[in-house]
Ligand binder design. Structure first.
Ligand SMILES: *Cc1c(COP(=O)(O)O)cnc(C)c1O
Length: 449
């Protein structure tokens, strides 16, 4: 792919961008990262603590409905939440295989196993569908916030929702989340899938009565087409992964839930016991919202890093060039084709790359081959399977203490050896539970040169 002129200029000026364009593994440290106090006022104007609390309360109101529709959530009373698992054997194996130190303790946040959608998209996607359903039902005088939301399961309510359509563009997992939850409410639903989307995800959606429209093009195209078709229909609502504040809020709720889990496990988090989080990034929505929520809760005690394939580092480019959604990996000579189907977004979310621009500590890139290596390593050491896209997170702890960029960040933030030995690292596992057995069999033997 040819490098565009503006990109060539940027590459010339910035050695990290040069490495990115050469598709080498990189750690980009955010030069605009600021102490929490300096970001607080501006951030609250856009997405406030009250907005996040409101989203959390909405999910509580919907819990009886979720519980009824999805019996798998019975044990959590209709709250869709994932376990936080210490993975000491994986930590040892990573250290041994790579020779890199990883101080402190490594955990896995298992959104890979979230109920209903089997990925991190169960947070943002389902939240947005529920919010839309609530808005419609309240406006029609059919629901009030004090009702038991179980009533939304009735035939009458399903008929009401069936007048409306929900549409979304997706590389796969967002489509699963929106598709499954919209169908449960009673909405008609259309999912616009990019060429990267795996066949089993399309098949699963069709089996739930979801209309799947396939595009030969990439994710940005699927979103643009879906948006256009939805806008032309007054009864249709488009879930806009590149812009949606509601999706973002659904993801941000993860933070207060994680705080409870860390407390239950007796894990202390403060500036002397830092929390370091690594989240795989596609368009930026999920990691952006989770990181935003975590900064609101833990302030300077949390350090949030994103992780992306070297073959599709769109969020990194959005941040690093300050061009936000205007940047495209193709402009830097990168074709964007990666095994990490959940991360294959050629352009980032403009909303997230702006709102998180002073909050994110940095962004790691990872070669595709390692996604499968880490996947097998986690399976062998901890008996947990997560999809290849999710495994991008493991490059974080491996490179943080072993690369020059990582060491410089740690020194600048006062994260000395004394502090780091108290660190809690969380790799955010973003998907996996719905992967069919025959696909796992393929993944487990797959190697890439
Ligand atoms: C969607 C997804 C991500 C990243 O979320 P974005 O909002 O696209 O940044 C990461 N991992 C998996 C498995 C996903 O499906």
């Amino acid at each position: 792919m040819a490098i565009k002129e503006y990109a060539a200029k940027l590459i010339e000026q910035d050695p990290t961008l040069k490495e990115i364009a050469e598709q080498k593994e990189t750690l980009w440290i955010n030069p605009k990262y600021l102490p929490f106090e300096l970001t607080d006022a501006v951030c609250q104007l856009v997405v406030s603590d009250a907005d996040i609390a409101d989203a959390e309360a909405r999910l509580e109101r919907f819990a009886p409905f979720i519980r009824k529709c999805f019996p798998e959530t019975e044990c959590t009373n209709g709250i869709i939440e994932s376990p936080l698992k210490p993975i000491p054997e994986m930590q040892k194996a990573l250290i041994q295989a790579t020779g890199s130190p990883i101080s402190g303790n490594l955990f896995l946040k298992m959104d890979s196993h979230l109920a209903v959608a089997g990925s991190v998209k169960a947070r943002g996607g389902i939240y947005e569908v529920l919010k839309h359903a609530e808005d419609l039902a309240i406006a029609a005088g059919k629901l009030s916030e004090t009702d038991n939301y179980e009533k939304l399961c009735s035939d009458e309510m399903r008929a009401f929702f069936n007048q409306y359509t929900v549409q979304v563009g997706s590389t796969g997992n967002l489509g699963l989340s929106i598709g499954i939850s919209s169908a449960a409410i009673g909405f008609k639903v259309k999912v616009h899938m990019s060429a990267d989307a795996r066949q089993w995800k399309k098949d699963l959606l069709r089996s739930k009565g979801v209309e799947v429209i396939e595009y030969a093009d990439d994710y940005s195209k699927a979103v643009a087409e879906g948006r256009k078709l939805s806008d032309a229909d007054p009864m249709s609502y488009f879930v806009d992964d590149e812009k949606s504040v509601n999706l973002f809020l659904g993801y941000a709720v993860a933070a207060s839930r994680l705080k409870k889990q860390l407390e239950e496990q007796g894990v202390v988090v403060d500036e002397q016991h830092p929390l370091i989080v690594y989240i795989p990034t596609g368009v930026g929505g999920a990691p952006g919202g989770v990181a935003y929520g975590l900064k609101r809760v833990y302030k300077n005690a949390v350090h949030c890093f994103f992780a992306e394939p070297t073959l599709c580092p769109s969020v990194l480019l959005g941040f690093a060039t300050n061009l936000y959604e205007k940047v495209n990996v193709h402009d830097f000579g990168i074709d964007g084709l990666t095994e990490a189907d959940g991360l294959a977004c050629a352009s980032p979310s403009g909303f997230v790359t702006r709102i998180d621009s002073n909050l994110v500590s940095g962004d790691f890139t990872i070669e595709d081959a390692k996604l499968y290596d880490f996947m097998r390593m986690l399976h062998t050491t901890e008996d947990v399977l997560i999809e290849p896209s999710s495994c991008a997170a493991f490059i974080g702890p491996v490179h943080l203490e072993s690369t020059e960029a990582g060491k410089a960040y740690l020194a600048k933030q006062g994260l000395t050896a004394d502090v780091l030995k108290n660190a809690t690292h969380i790799c955010w596992a973003t998907g996996g539970r719905l992967v069919p057995d025959e696909v796992w069999k393929e993944y487990l033997v797959k190697t890439i040169k």
